[in-house]
Design a protein around this ligand. Structure first.
Ligand code: PRT
Ligand code: MG
Length: 215
């Protein structure tokens, strides 16, 4: 029997993908929040889920270890999207990619002066492109999380991070000073699987497409 594997991350992406799965008649047998299993069966014997880190989803799909996956645009911009077909913006796990600074830091003035900016971020490719397009020279400092801390302890002048409610910035006395782009999650599909498992993959793409909620 042909089987397809869908890569998801725990948390908001899993939660917000559940209704789309349900529309395709797919119900996971376990909840990854409570189960420690990394391979989760579904009510459909021809569909299984794997639970991976959000930033690893494109890698599993690119190499065909998963046929499909759901990944944030932030993650896809860093990965590059090589070998991935990205048929649908699922309009879930939405937020914005932004530049933020400590309250009181005059970002506009620093940019106007042509100062070299120290930028701490997990999103180095995105940050590199953004500041290059503005003609701002930057020293990029790669972090793996808690970017909000960096400017508070003098590691950087600014951060590039995702913002949804803005609560984390506020709690750390930071303020968003520039919008880079809107972020939402995409369905990603392995290009070979699209051909070789077309009969299983294409109906899922079509069902997801019609189940996507507009704003
Ligand atoms: O958490 P982990 O390190 O395992 O990985 P991850 O952060 O990459 O994964 P996860 O599951 O937290 O996020 C998965 C995807 O959700 C991301 O790739 C984004 O596309 C999307 N998403 C949507 C977000 C947010 N909203 C978001 N607010 N991802 C992260 N955040 C973080 C943000 O980085 C910041 O630290 O939440 C904090 C800000 O939130 P507010 O509400 O205080 O503004
Ligand atoms: Mg996270």
């Amino acid at each position: 029997m042909t089987q397809i594997t869908l890569a998801l991350s725990k948390g908001r992406i899993f939660e917000e993908t559940l209704p789309l799965l349900a529309a395709a008649g797919i119900v996971p047998e376990e909840n990854p929040e409570s189960s420690r299993k990394l391979i989760i069966g579904t009510n459909r014997p021809d569909v299984r889920l794997i639970i991976v880190r959000a930033s690893d989803v494109p890698t599993y799909v690119q190499h065909g270890a998963a046929d499909l996956g759901v990944a944030g645009k932030d993650v896809l911009m860093e990965h590059g999207g090589e070998g991935l077909y990205q048929p649908i913006d699922l309009n879930i796990a939405k937020c914005r990619m932004m530049v933020a600074t400590p309250v009181g830091f005059d970002y506009e003035a620093a940019v106007r002066r042509g100062s070299r900016l120290r930028v701490a971020t997990k999103y180095v490719q995105t940050a590199r492109l953004h500041f290059a397009a503005k003609g701002v020279h930057v020293d990029l400092i790669k972090l793996y999380g808690s970017m909000e801390l960096a400017p508070l302890v003098g590691l950087s002048d600014v951060i590039v991070d995702l913002v949804s409610t803005g609560g984390t910035l506020k709690a750390n006395n930071l303020v968003a000073v520039e919008d880079i782009c809107a972020i939402s999650s995409r369905l990603v599909v392995n290009q070979a699987a699209l051909k070789l498992k077309h009969g299983l993959v294409q109906p899922i793409i079509e069902t997801f497409r019609s189940a996507v909620k507009a704003d």
